[in-house]
Ligand binder design. Structure first.
Ligand code: BES
Ligand code: MN
Ligand code: MN
Length: 465
């Protein structure tokens, strides 16, 4: 049963969203039109333009002390609304940068010309994370306009999440007072489905690196030299293949040493989340799933660590054929980590192992990229309960706690540096194709987020008292 005051509040929320939803979507479209691709320097001006637009939005809805906090990289957009120092403070985090849209030819429409098809907004960043952090701006607008803001609020929207948040780390360390809050609220994850709401209680860590294998000092004729000189591509692929055994376990010595052991009971609890393997296969058009022996599909992609090649290149890849033995071969490799594994340690284990298994006929170089630690959040905190009650009101169902396989490395750092837990109340779907062609975000999800966030604020304040 929802009590009378909550119903009244929900009525106000519904009415405001109904009356303004077209404008909300048009404003989001404007944000989506700017290609804020942090990975590619060519888009520097667009990334900066996006930061400015986010700041302008904060100003417009009545957020105070807004600023672009300069970093060595892209600025962090900050702003706050302190209504009463004695009230709790919610710090909202999100990111305005997006992944590159490639491969472009697989998009059904221009990734930076958003359009709605089947009630879904198609554009790069629609779900990850422009559409999701923008829900918070609109929810705060709604609360301010209707005089129902029940907590202080701070915004921290960064522009380098998709490239590892390297400059957010010093910013957080140097601005602890400014970022002081009671909880961090983030919408950058998803729910099980629109009928089955869930709250993310775990993120995996990450260790990302690049390897280079060098054979001869120059490309060689594969007839004259083939058979007598190591081919770095052959060697690299063999080395990569050796990183998993026949049980699909990772062969790097001590890789599993710190992995958190999950109890049988907890695994049983996890298995209750609805999941249909036939639909899963059908949706991906695969005849079978694949992964570590002894674990279910949902366990493999959430509570177990992984190693994946994300890119591999070398040799001739132009049209036709070229008989050549390339001098070099390359790969980008990432490992997803689980609680207790340390990104730096895993990077070192990988690097030592990769050097060790390299035959004498090649040289290898391992270059670490970014990394980050895994995160788990309790399900009995005030923040979790506020999110749970809020989603229960708007979805009509109690959300299920779920650990996801994705990473938001900065979340573990928030906990370490600010002593704050993050509540991962995202509204995306796994099928939203984030990072892929035809990324989209349901209009339902966008509006549901805007309706749920004010209730989070309400419950957070009530439970805090
Ligand atoms: N929002 C995602 C992470 C995510 C998505 C978590 C869906 C759970 C469900 C985030 O923007 C992301 O893509 N993170 C990167 C890590 C980063 C260091 C590049 C990732 O997980 O690959
Ligand atoms: Mn994201
Ligand atoms: Mn992302």
């Amino acid at each position: 049963m929802i009590n009378y005051l909550t119903l009244k509040l929900m009525e106000i929320i519904k009415k405001y969203v109904e009356g303004n939803k077209n404008r909300f979507i048009m404003e989001l479209f404007e944000l989506l039109r700017i290609p804020s691709i942090s990975a590619d320097k060519k888009y520097k001006n667009d990334v900066l333009k996006t930061a400015n637009l986010v700041k302008a939005h904060l100003d417009k809805i009545g957020i105070q002390n807004t600023e672009l906090c300069e970093t060595q990289g892209y600025p962090i957009v900050y702003g706050e609304k302190i209504i009463d120092k004695s009230l709790p403070t919610v710090l909202i985090y999100g990111h305005y940068d997006v992944q590159p849209p490639d491969p472009l030819e697989l998009w059904s429409s221009n990734p930076f010309e958003p359009e709605i098809r089947n009630e879904k907004i198609y554009a790069r960043g629609a779900c990850d994370d422009k559409g999701q952090f923008f829900m918070h701006l609109k929810a705060v607008e709604l609360m301010l306009k209707n005089n129902i803001l029940s907590c202080n609020v701070k915004f921290m929207i960064e522009g380098e999440e998709e490239v590892g948040s390297e400059n957010l780390e010093p910013f957080v360390k140097n601005n602890k007072e400014k970022l002081k809050a009671d909880v961090i609220l983030i919408s950058d994850t998803g729910i099980i489905s629109n009928e089955t709401p869930s709250i993310t209680t775990g993120l995996r860590g990450l260790s990302y690196l690049e390897v280079e294998v060098t054979g001869p000092n120059r490309d060689l004729h594969s007839g004259l030299y083939g058979g007598s000189v190591a081919n770095p591509i052959n060697i690299l692929t063999k080395m990569i293949a050796s990183l998993h055994d026949e049980k699909n376990r990772i062969t790097i010595p001590n890789f599993y040493e710190d992995v958190e052991i999950i109890s049988k009971d907890e695994r049983k609890e996890m298995a209750k989340a609805p999941f249909n393997i036939e639909n899963y296969k059908k949706e991906l058009n695969i005849d079978d799933v694949h992964g570590e022996e002894g674990y279910s599909t949902m366990e493999r992609n959430s509570i177990r660590p992984t190693l994946d090649v994300n890119g591999i290149w070398g040799g001739y890849i132009g049209e036709g054929a070229k008989t050549v033995i390339a001098s070099k071969a390359f790969a980008k490799i990432s490992m997803r980590l689980v609680p207790n594994q340390k990104s730096e340690k895993i990077t070192k284990l990988f690097s030592d192992h990769f050097n060790k298994i390299a035959p004498k006929c090649v040289k290898v170089k391992v270059t670490p990229h970014h990394g980050g630690e895994a995160y788990v959040s309790p399900t009995d905190s005030i923040g979790y309960n506020a999110a749970k009650l809020a989603m229960k009101d708007t979805f009509g169902k109690t959300p299920i706690p779920v650990r996801t396989g994705g990473s938001i490395p900065i979340v573990a750092l928030f906990e370490k540096e600010l002593g704050l837990k993050s509540i991962l109340m995202g509204f995306g779907l796994d099928s939203d194709a984030i990072h892929s062609p035809d990324e989209h975000y349901g209009v339902f999800n966008f509006l549901k987020g805007i309706e749920t966030i004010p209730l989070f604020f309400k419950y957070f304040k009530e439970l805090k008292n």
